[in-house]
Design a protein around this ligand. Structure first.
Ligand SMILES: Cc1cc2nc3c(=O)[nH]c(=O)nc-3n(C[C@H](O)[C@H](O)[C@H](O)COP(=O)(O)OP(=O)(O)OC[C@H]3O[C@@H](n4cnc5c(N)ncnc54)[C@H](O)[C@@H]3O)c2cc1C
Length: 598
């Protein structure tokens, strides 16, 4: 496996030009997000990721986490690395300073997250869930719960988990059977949860489980679910981890990838019942859990970006070194590195363009989270929240994680046979990437969420607002000077036309033939992601063209941004047209064969 180098130049560019960090830094509470601070964060996080986390990745995959006498042991080096991560204050980046957080924008936090995940996705999953638990408690915890748990979770000295899934309750969370009964000032929780990420481990002194369970006489389905905070060690009056709670890890799953991340079957309440504390009100658990899930959905999208970047770097290094064949069309008989073959170049450009587009989308969505929290103008807050953050969270989750898999797969292809052999590490990226389209709500469920709650609930308006923004950039491309811009203009216009047609179809079809609309949801999400990625790369190309006028600028980097955007416009944006056709024309035949066994 090759080393990981944080792509700091592109991160910096995307933060400035796409996430528009200067605008975020002007919001109340985010004044500290100065360019100098951003530089320091990118540089230091990059070092930690490359020097500490990345070297543990391949070994972690080989040995995995193990369960021994009821104790989960993470691979050698993980606990020490986690301690260093906490010591450096990295867990606290985007959180409330009142509880020890650094109060920095999510846009910056997401850049750091990309580095942890690219370096070592198994490791990064632990803070990913802790962060969701922090968001949940900040939004819905009681003052006492915040006092006892927030500072420890924000620092990372305690970690958090999310406990939804049970054998009969996967996508259908409403089928959860775990129970909770009142016992004085707390509750007793019983039940079995499966697939719980970092549900038990040896890297932190306490684990705070967020558990969905049903109280007596609760209504059926999601409306009857309540949310409980169930600590591994119940804190004493001073807030120190004290009594061991009645919960345990029964077994660890054997998985395709992310083998160092312990995926636990958890049993709550084998004896007297695990002590749990109700969060918020009874029966509103699912609503609260959505705070955690939305946060995690954005972060899982970032995992897609991260693994794509890692796979790209690995493939690029290999393509430069591997000598094979002669230069196509040349009489010179000397062997060349495979990077010289046009088809290998095509693969590398595809990996690069998809990765940069996915990064732009993830950081742009994270920036809208900052605006939706901190913008002083209520109308603007609402606009960022509904038209950007809510609309693009399922797209970021699903589109970026699909790209993670696609890019990791191309990465194997670039390696030829060596890609299929574990030794190079290319196969690990592919195996690790594969979970991200599944957990945190499968990508099919994200597509349904996009067309129902995010678009049709608002009569299609958020999608039409996105289209307006894209048309604005399209107009600028039409007037811009430079060789690449006519191609960028054409590519974006064709994709925007396709999106407009598919959105109008969705609005018309949804009410009359909802099954057909649902059958078109995944190609529609693919279309939205492909368009949004192309739009943001085009915005980046316009910014790069302007910046390169400055003689002090890094012209090679800026020219590469323009070329990459053009490649995307020529070779990837046309897929939007195909996705629109699959949405509008394909969905009837998806449902036509009643018996698929015929
Ligand atoms: C490694 C790993 C880590 C995980 N970590 C956690 C964790 O920390 N906490 C936690 O609670 N869970 C966790 N999960 C569980 C994960 O979120 C679920 O696996 C996922 O939500 C899908 O549920 P399922 O596996 O039961 O699949 P199913 O729900 O059985 O789905 C099977 C297929 O049917 C489709 N499908 C199902 N219902 C619908 C529908 N209504 N409409 C359209 N399509 C549908 C799905 O998209 C999927 O393709 C983890 C899983 C894994 C493998």
């Amino acid at each position: 496996m090759t080393d990981y180098r944080a792509p700091v130049s592109d991160m910096r560019f995307v933060l400035q030009e796409i996430a528009e960090l200067p605008k975020i830094a002007a919001l109340p509470g985010y004044e500290e997000a100065t360019p100098d601070l951003v530089e320091a964060v990118l540089e230091e996080a990059g070092k930690l990721a490359s020097d500490l986390l990345a070297p543990l990745n391949q070994k972690g995959d080989e040995v995995g986490s193990i369960l021994e006498n009821g104790v989960v042991r993470t691979p050698e080096g993980f606990a020490a690395a986690y301690a260093q991560y906490v010591e450096g204050g990295w867990n606290a980046v985007p959180f409330d300073p009142e509880y020890g957080g650094q109060g920095l924008p999510w846009a910056i936090g997401v850049a750091a997250q990309e580095m942890w995940n690219a370096a070592n996705m198994s490791f990064a999953l632990c803070p990913l869930l802790t962060q969701g638990a922090v968001e949940l408690l900040q939004a819905h915890g009681s003052p006492q719960q915040k006092e006892t748990y927030l500072a420890n979770l924000i620092s990372g000295s305690w970690t958090g988990t999310m406990n939804l899934t049970e054998p009969q309750a996967g996508t259908d969370v409403g089928a959860v059977r775990s129970r909770a009964v009142k016992d004085g000032d707390h509750w007793r929780v019983t039940g079995q949860k499966i697939f719980i990420t970092w549900g038990e481990h040896d890297v932190a002194e306490n684990i705070v489980h967020m558990v969905l369970a049903r109280t007596p006489d609760a209504p059926e389905g999601t409306r009857g679910l309540s949310l409980f905070l169930v600590p591994k060690f119940v804190p004493d009056a001073e807030g120190r981890p004290a009594m061991r709670n009645d919960l345990r890890c029964v077994s660890l799953e054997h998985k395709l990838g992310i083998k160092a991340s312990p995926t636990c079957v958890m049993s709550f309440g084998d004896n007297e019942g695990a002590i749990g504390f109700l969060i918020g009100e009874e029966h509103r658990g699912m609503e609260y859990m959505f705070t955690m899930m939305n946060n995690a959905r954005l972060s899982v999208g970032v995992q897609g970006v991260a693994i794509a970047e890692r796979a790209y770097q690995q493939a690029l290094d290999y393509a430069r070194d591997r000598m094979q064949g002669r230069q196509f069309g040349s009489r010179d008989g000397k062997p060349v590195a495979i990077i010289n073959h046009p088809d290998v170049r095509r693969m590398l450009m595809t990996m690069r363009a998809l990765t940069e587009a996915a990064r732009a989308l993830a950081y742009y969505t994270a920036a809208s989270l900052d605006h939706s929290k901190a913008n002083p103008d209520a109308t603007e807050r609402e606009r960022y929240s509904r038209d950007v953050l809510e609309l693009l969270t399922p797209v970021t989750k699903a589109w970026c994680t699909d790209i993670g898999c696609e890019v990791a797969s191309i990465g194997i292809q670039v390696h030829g046979g060596m890609g299929f052999i574990e030794e190079t590490g290319a196969a690990q990226h592919y195996r690790d990437a594969r979970i991200a389209p599944i957990y945190e709500g499968t990508n099919g469920v994200q597509a349904l969420d996009l067309i129902t709650r995010k678009i049709m609930r608002h009569d299609g308006q958020p999608a039409l607002r996105l289209l307006e923004d894209v048309r604005g950039t399209q107009e600028k491309l039409g007037k811009a000077e430079g060789e690449a811009f006519p191609a960028l203009h054409r590519g974006l216009k064709e994709a925007a036309d396709a999106f407009e047609e598919a959105t109008n179809w969705l609005i018309e079809t949804y009410r009359e033939r909802p099954l057909e609309a649902a059958a078109g949801a995944t190609p529609y999400l693919r279309l939205t992601g492909t368009l949004a990625g192309g739009w943001l790369l085009a915005k980046g190309a316009l910014a790069a063209a302007e910046k390169r006028e400055d003689p002090a600028s890094d012209r090679a980097f800026l020219d590469a941004k323009i070329t990459t955007a053009r490649f995307y416009a020529d070779s990837i944006l046309p897929e939007a047209i195909a996705a629109a056709a699959a949405t509008t024309r394909g969905s009837a035949s998806v449902l036509a064969l009643e018996d698929l066994e015929v």
